[in-house]
Structures are given as structure tokens and as C-alpha cells.
Write a protein that binds this ligand. Structure first.
Ligand SMILES: *Cc1c(COP(=O)(O)O)cnc(C)c1O
Length: 497
């Protein structure tokens, strides 16, 4: 399997190089040049395997320069039963006959980012050993909250790696902040920036494509890579859980094999929903891909009009991991839907960075309309949805999952589509306790994060993940804040070079 860049058709690299590098030097993203396929017989075979077995089979199709032994070791280390609170790793919770919740937050940091970031460090160390001998890999992360913690946890004390995380000072939940600032490990660093997530992401991208920094790093036997979903190694593990969910739907007789399932994904950087698109292109019978956004509804407008326009107010919402106006992984989709036209994709991305907007061709727009449905909701409707779901089903969901459930309900009313549906649930509700408690019992909310957690637990009985409750009283280790213009200097300083 050969990978190319979304912005330069002449690029040809193996999977290990795409993963070790993270982003192509031309600023484009790595994509496989063909999408491997599976058929219903393969799905029947996968149904008999556990999550680890399914992951090995799917990853093998994409990471063809990894040996079977290498892949097995990576996957077995990533999805260890002692690190996940469910033996199924990504279990389905049945809300009703028609709606299943795919709980992607059973990993060590209670967000779906663990599904990829428990695996990525292993993929990356194998890749680096193949392509960059004697080089320390420096992972730079821009986070809207969950990626940062999941990456820190995934990379902590991994040999020959160093990880630095930037988060928007006022753009993450108190629990997310505490999870990051108390991170343990000898190879980790965390820094707040005065700006929003897009600023953090743009800053990190600028560092990646800065040739003089690259040279300076090389002198110190270091090379950058990315743990954001621009890295193919982040995306490919996410394809697995959609295939696995389909297997489980058939296994539990929610679906007949071959019948379609719809997928609803609360979306920010478009990585999670793009993974569902890949699963569909591979041959998994997925019907509509339903893209759910919060008040930062740039993707809703784009999918409904064909014009991407980030020139709009940025809102800090109760689903902060979706507070994004520059949705990086959309670039991969545009590349695929344009028939792998790197010139066209680069032109869109240049228009985005120069004017903040672009309009896609009729052909791309029509493909988008066939594949996707889209919707958005604000914080008030998010909270109403948390309450409605809790009262109707006794199920407590987080704010991001609630956006998906809200958008699904609107989609269902509008279309009458009764296809069995999987809702991607992306975080444990206790990561956003204040908003969730405010939704179900506003009179009980206090300013203390852990009192709020306790009140929510007392009220609902939903189990509190020990890795969250144990943060109570911990003193933050990382308190630095920098201007967004100073991120490169902060990196050099943290690395001591
Ligand atoms: C990252 C994140 C999202 C958005 O996922 P993308 O892959 O960026 O679209 C949604 N919900 C939660 C809880 C997240 O952490």
C-alpha cells in the first residue's frame, strides 16, 4: 500500500514513513492511494474475532510494510483488558431497537481519542525504527482537550519519544485541564496558549513545515511527528471500530448481514467521521454518515451548501472538543472525492488559508450530498437532549454525544429514515460534569468540580471512572501559558535546545 499527499501527486511513501512523518512536507496529509475492500464473507469471519483480532485484520490491509508480528504486538499492547473498562473495548449500548450507542470512551482517559492514541505510540515507534534510526521522535499536539490527555497517556515514558501538548487556555473543561496539567512521565510537557484551538493547531502546523526548525532538530537527532488526526496513524485505528460495530450489530441481531446501518458522529476535526467514510468505502454496509456539530456549525453549512466559510464567530461551547472552525481532515475527503486531484485540493486549502473560504465543484458537492447528512445544535438543545435521554432511557451521556443524539432526532423527524443507527459516543459524561449535572439537576451545580462529580453520581448512579476521581486534590505540574506567536520558542525551551 502506497501513500501520497493530498497536495502533491508525486509523493510516494510507505505507511511507516507516513506515520513517522505525520504530515507531508508540502503541508498536505498522507492518504493511501487505494482503499482496501472487505466483503460480507470477511465480515462474517471478523464477527467471530474479538476487538484485538478485528483490529489486526483491518490494520494489516493498510499498514502493509509492518510485519504480522509487529502489528500483533502493537495491537495487543494497545487494547489491553486492564486499560479499558469494557472487555469489548468499544461496546454497543442499546438505547432502543433502532439506536445503539457506540461507547468509544472506555479507555484510560475516558474519551474516544484513546482508541487511536493507545495504539499510535506503538505504530510510531515501529515506524521510526524502520525509517529514522537513532532519532528521537518529538510529538507535538494541539488539543481541544481530549487529544492532549490521551496522547500524553499513550506516549508517557515511551522510549525515544518526547511529547509536548498545547491547549487553549480557556477552551477546555476543568476536568480536561486537570487531567493534562497533572500528567506524570519523564518525557512529557504541557503548555497553555492564549488563543483558541484553531490557533494552537495552526501554530503546530507552522512548526511542522518550518525547514529551519527541522534542520535544528536534525542536528540534535530529533524529528517532529504529530499525534493529531492529521497523522494517518491516528485515523487508521478509528476505521476498526466502525467495522467492529457493524460486526456486533449483526451478531446481536440488530441487523441482517448486508443491511445498512447509519452512523452519527459528533464532529470537530472530521477525523472520526472520515474513519466511518473509509469503513463504508471498504465495503462495510454503512448508509448515511450524519455529521453533528455544535454552534460552531461550519461543517453543517458546508455539507448543505458546498461552501466552506470559516469567517464567522468562534463560540466556546459545552462541547469544547468540537469548537473548531478549521476541520483538518476534510482535506482528505476533498482529495478522495475530487478523484485524487492534488492540485484541486491544494487550491481549496490555499483559498482557505488566504480568504478563509472556498466552494467545491458541483461534482464534489453532489458526492457529498449523497454520502452525508448534517445538523447542529446549541448548548441549550445539548442540555435538553442530555435530560431527555436520561429521563427516557436512564442513560447518561456527555455533551458531545448529546449533540449527536440531538442531530439524529432532527434527522429522523425530517427524513423518516428508520435505518438502524449507531451513535458515536465520544466521552464519558464525568469529563463534562458541570454541563451534564446542569442538564439533569441545575439546582445542584456548584463551582467545585469534584462536588459536582459527586452530586452527579449521587443522582444518577452512573459509575465515576477512578482515573477521574483520583485527580481530586492533585497539584498541577504544568502551569505555563504562552502567546500563540511564541509556540516555536516554547518548544525549543521545553526540549532544552
Ligand atoms: C475530539 C473529539 C470530538 C471530535 O472528533 P473529530 O475526530 O475531531 O471530529 C468529539 N467529541 C469528543 C469528546 C472529542 O474528544
Amino acid at each position: 500500500m502506497i501513500y501520497t499527499s493530498t497536495r502533491d501527486a508525486s509523493v510516494r511513501v510507505p505507511a511507516s514513513e507516513a506515520i513517522a512523518k505525520g504530515i507531508s512536507s508540502d503541508g498536505g496529509l498522507f492518504v493511501p492511494m487505494t482503499i482496501p475492500t472487505i466483503n460480507l464473507v470477511d465480515i462474517e469471519r471478523l464477527m467471530r474475532l474479538d476487538y484485538v483480532g478485528r483490529a489486526k485484520e483491518i490494520l494489516k490491509l493498510y499498514l502493509t510494510d509492518f510485519t504480522d508480528d509487529e502489528l500483533s504486538a502493537c495491537v495487543e499492547n494497545a487494547y489491553r483488558a486492564d486499560k479499558f473498562s469494557s472487555p469489548e473495548i468499544a461496546p454497543l449500548y442499546s438505547l432502543s431497537d433502532e439506536v445503539q450507542v457506540l461507547e468509544l470512551w472506555r479507555g484510560p482517559t475516558c474519551a474516544f481519542k484513546d482508541m487511536a492514541l493507545q495504539l499510535l505510540p506503538h505504530l510510531l515507534t515501529v515506524s521510526a525504527a524502520k525509517t529514522r534510526k537513532n532519532t528521537k521522535i518529538v510529538i507535538l499536539v494541539a488539543t481541544s482537550g481530549d487529544t492532549g490527555k490521551a496522547a500524553l497517556e499513550g506516549f508517557r515514558d515511551v522510549e525515544n519519544t518526547q511529547i509536548l501538548v498545547f491547549y487553549p487556555e480557556n477552551g477546555v473543561s476543568p476536568m480536561q485541564k486537570l487531567q493534562m496539567t497533572t500528567q506524570e512521565g519523564a518525557n512529557v510537557g504541557v503548555c497553555a496558549i492564549q488563543g483558541n484551538f484553531d490557533d494552537a493547531q495552526s501554530g503546530v502546523k507552522a512548526i511542522f513545515t518550518d525547514r529551519s526548525l527541522e534542520e535544528k532538530f536534525a542536528e540534535h537527532h530529533m524529528a517532529f511527528s504529530s499525534a493529531n488526526s492529521i497523522n494517518w496513524g491516528r485515523l487508521v485505528p478509528q476505521i476498526v471500530y466502525y467495522v467492529s460495530a457493524y460486526c456486533d450489530m449483526v451478531k446481536s441481531e440488530k441487523l441482517k448481514i448486508g443491511a445498512p446501518m447509519n452512523v452519527v458522529v459528533p464532529t470537530g476535526n472530521f477525523g472520526n467521521i472520515l474513519a466511518a467514510y473509509y469503513a463504508k468505502q471498504m465495503g462495510v454496509p454503512i448508509g448515511k454518515l450524519i455529521c453533528a456539530s455544535n454552534a460552531n456549525n461550519v461543517l453543517t453549512d458546508f455539507l448543505q451548501s458546498g461552501t466552506y466559510d470559516k469567517n464567522r464567530p468562534f463560540y466556546c461551547t459545552e462541547s469544547p472538543s468540537m469548537d473548531i472552525l478549521i476541520s483538518s481532515n476534510l482535506e482528505r475527503l476533498l482529495f478522495l472525492l475530487s478523484g485524487q486531484d492534488a492540485d484541486m485540493t491544494r487550491a481549496y486549502m490555499e483559498a482557505l488559508s488566504e480568504k478563509g473560504c472556498y466552494k467545491v465543484s458541483e461534482k464534489i458537492f453532489s458526492a457529498l450530498s449523497d454520502l452525508f447528512a448534517a445538523g447542529c445544535c446549541d448548548d441549550t438543545d445539548t442540555e435538553r437532549t442530555i435530560r431527555r435521554i436520561y429521563e427516557k432511557y436512564g442513560y447518561l451521556c456527555d455533551t458531545h454525544t448529546a449533540v449527536a443524539l440531538n442531530v439524529y432526532a432532527a434527522y429522523k423527524t425530517k427524513t423518516g429514515d428508520s435505518t438502524p443507527t449507531v451513535i458515536a459516543s465520544t466521552a464519558n459524561p464525568y469529563k463534562f460534569s458541570k454541563s451534564v449535572l446542569h442538564a439533569v439537576a441545575p439546582e445542584r451545580v456548584t463551582d467545585d468540580e469534584f462536588e459536582t462529580v459527586e452530586a452527579l453520581h449521587a443522582l444518577t448512579g452512573a459509575p465515576v471512572p477512578p482515573q477521574l476521581s483520583s485527580l481530586r486534590g492533585k497539584t498541577p505540574r504544568f502551569t505555563g501559558v504562552v502567546q500563540k506567536e511564541d509556540m516555536a520558542n516554547a518548544v525549543l525551551e521545553m526540549l532544552g535546545i
